[in-house]
Design a protein around this ligand. Structure first.
Ligand SMILES: CC(C)(COP(=O)(O)OP(=O)(O)OC[C@H]1O[C@@H](n2cnc3c(N)ncnc32)[C@H](O)[C@@H]1OP(=O)(O)O)[C@@H](O)C(=O)NCCC(=O)NCCS
Length: 336
């Protein structure tokens, strides 16, 4: 839907989050369950990651598409808008069950957002961040007034349950937000990429003409990760990008109500809090119950925070930051 503003007076502000929703599969995989599959234990996983349980998709019930739709419907309902107001649907997803048409078109159909343009984004764990930043730029440009941004992942389809270094980390789920232009909405973002350092997280498509299904290739089609390299990247770059963003917006870290970080590892979040000299209470977490849900992690957490009454009426200052395969990372600051 195009803006109704006259060309001489562009009044579109950035988008304010007016609705949030999420979906988590019913199946739960505990650390003790994992200890029956690989050589690990609850104490090791809890101490190194902060994860106790993760929701995993039920192949009879859940697809990436169905989870994206459930989260999107909840967000549109929460926003209380006519879906025809939505001008843009973006689904951030690295693990779609259908390669085309784009998942965003299924979401569009399911929520009756018949005036929306649609596309998907693959930016791994910071996919939601990337989609949110993209939607904000469409809104600010006046191209659309209202956007639905979804992060959805069925990561356990790509988890190698023989690899104890990765299978303990990931879970499935979806989250969504609705953004609508508001004249005075405050927002800024910094996004960064280092493709030259991308080898440390890697997953190949199984559909490659001429590739023989050797053991080596089979393993390459699961999530492969050098955990320590990713850990060091996150604890170095995430605080830096947040400090740069706060510097640019002229905001003191003390004035931020919440730092909402990608839920990958409790120790990464604690390290960022320490580096920013901020109390850990300002870093909401649900990693203990969800594990790392990649591009779904931030909107799932936002929905949980809303249900706990932690999000305000546009009067809470938040910084959202994420990182992951690519390497990609970034942060945005807004009011919610
Ligand atoms: C994966 C991760 C938890 C591993 O923790 P770590 O403290 O770095 O552990 P290491 O890889 O150094 O391994 C230490 C030892 O524990 C072992 N180990 C690895 N996984 C284990 C598990 N699940 N259970 C028990 N032992 C395990 C290793 O084999 C190693 O043993 P060794 O010393 O005998 O060789 C951690 O590196 C991490 O979380 N990295 C970030 C990953 C991430 O967030 N990725 C997603 C980004 S979006």
């Amino acid at each position: 839907m195009s803006s109704s503003n006259s060309s001489s007076e562009l009044v579109n502000g950035f988008g304010r989050v007016i609705g949030v929703g999420s979906y988590l599969p019913k199946n739960i995989l505990t650390n003790d369950d994992l200890a029956k599959i690989v050589e690990t234990n609850d104490q090791w996983i809890t101490e190194r990651t902060g994860i106790k349980t993760r929701h995993i998709s039920d192949p009879e019930v859940d697809t990436t598409e169905s989870m994206a739709i459930a989260a999107a419907k909840a967000a549109v309902k929460d926003a209380g808008i006519d879906p025809l107001e939505i001008g843009l649907v973006i689904v951030a997803c690295t693990t779609p069950n259908v390669l085309f048409p784009a998942l965003s078109t299924s979401v569009q159909a399911a929520v009756d957002a018949d005036n929306a343009m649609c596309f998907d984004m693959n930016a791994a764990c910071p996919g939601f961040l990337t989609a949110f930043v993209t939607a904000q730029n469409y809104i600010k440009a006046g191209t659309v007034d209202c956007a639905l941004v979804v992060g959805a992942e069925n990561l356990t389809n790509y988890v190698n349950f023989e690899d104890r270094g990765t299978c303990i980390l990931f879970g499935d789920g979806a989250g969504a937000v609705v953004l609508r232009s508001e004249k005075d909405q405050q927002y800024d973002a910094i996004m960064r990429a280092a493709g030259k350092r991308g080898e440390c997280m890697h997953c190949e498509s199984v559909m490659q003409k001429g590739r023989e299904m050797t053991e080596e290739f089979r393993k390459a089609t699961y999530i492969n990760m050098d955990g320590q390299t990713v850990f060091k990247f996150a604890v170095t770059e995430v605080p830096k990008v947040i400090e740069d963003l706060l510097g640019r917006t002229g905001t003191d870290a003390d004035d931020i109500d919440y730092f909402i970080l990608h839920q990958a590892n409790r120790r990464i979040i604690e390290s960022v809090a320490k580096r920013l000299k901020q109390p850990i209470e300002k870093f909401p977490m649900n990693i203990e119950k969800t594990g790392n849900t990649s591009s779904a992690s931030i909107p799932i957490l936002l929905d949980e925070m809303k249900q706990q009454g932690l999000l305000g009426q546009g009067n809470k200052k938040i910084v959202v930051s994420s990182f992951g395969a690519g390497l990609l990372w970034g942060a945005f600051q807004t009011e919610i």
